[in-house]
Design a protein around this ligand. Structure first.
Ligand code: SF4
Length: 164
C-alpha cells in the first residue's frame, strides 16, 4: 500500500529534532541547515512550521531547472538531483511553492527530501507525532493537503508580519 508523510503544524514544538536527525542520516553530522526538512520557528508563540519537499504532482522545481538536473519518480513522487549537471542556480528553490528546497551550504546543490527511500528517519525522532508515516487512504490524502494549506497560510502570514 502507498504510504504518505502526514505533517501536522499544530503538533510541532519547533524542537528541530527532525532536521538534526535528517542531517545525521544524510550528511553524517548534526546541522539543521543541512536537513532536507527545515523548521521555521517562532519561539514567542511556540510555533514550528515544517518545510520540505511534498512530492507534488505539479513539480514546478523540475520545470524551472535550466539544466534538466531534476527528475521525479512517478510512483513515489520522489525528486532526484543529478549533481553533475546541476549548476546551483537556485531556480528550483525559488520555484517550490512549499519552500521545501534549499541549497547545501557547502556544495550549493539542492537538498530535497527523498523520504529516506521509504522509511523517513525524521519521523522516528519527532516525539510529539507532528510527522507520521502512514498508509495512504483517500481521506488521509485529503487531510495531508489540508494540513499543508494551513502550514503555507501560516508561513505567508509570518513572512508578511516579518516584512512590516
Ligand atoms: S521533530 Fe517534530 S516537533 Fe520537533 S520540530 Fe520536527 S516536526 Fe516539529
Amino acid at each position: 500500500m502507498e504510504r504518505l508523510l502526514l505533517v501536522d503544524m499544530d503538533k510541532c514544538t519547533g524542537c528541530k529534532q527532525c532536521s538534526l536527525a535528517c542531517s545525521l542520516i544524510k550528511e553524517d553530522l548534526f546541522d539543521p541547515h543541512r536537513g532536507r526538512i527545515k523548521i521555521l520557528k517562532r519561539e514567542d508563540i511556540a510555533l514550528g512550521i515544517q518545510l520540505l519537499c511534498e512530492q507534488c504532482d505539479a513539480h514546478p522545481c523540475i520545470d524551472a531547472c535550466p539544466d534538466n538536473a531534476l527528475s521525479r519518480n512517478d510512483d513515489t513522487g520522489i525528486i532526484t538531483v543529478n549533481i553533475d549537471t546541476c549548476s546551483s542556480c537556485d531556480s528550483c528553490v525559488k520555484a517550490c511553492p512549499y519552500h521545501g528546497i534549499r541549497l547545501h551550504p557547502e556544495t550549493g546543490k539542492p537538498l530535497i527530501c527523498d523520504l529516506c527511500g521509504g522509511d523517513p528517519y525524521c519521523v522516528q525522532h519527532c516525539v510529539p507525532g507532528a510527522l507520521c508515516w502512514i498508509d495512504a487512504t483517500d481521506d488521509l490524502m485529503k487531510q495531508k493537503k489540508k494540513l499543508r494549506s494551513a502550514r503555507m497560510a501560516k508561513y505567508r502570514d509570518l513572512k508578511k508580519e516579518a516584512a512590516k
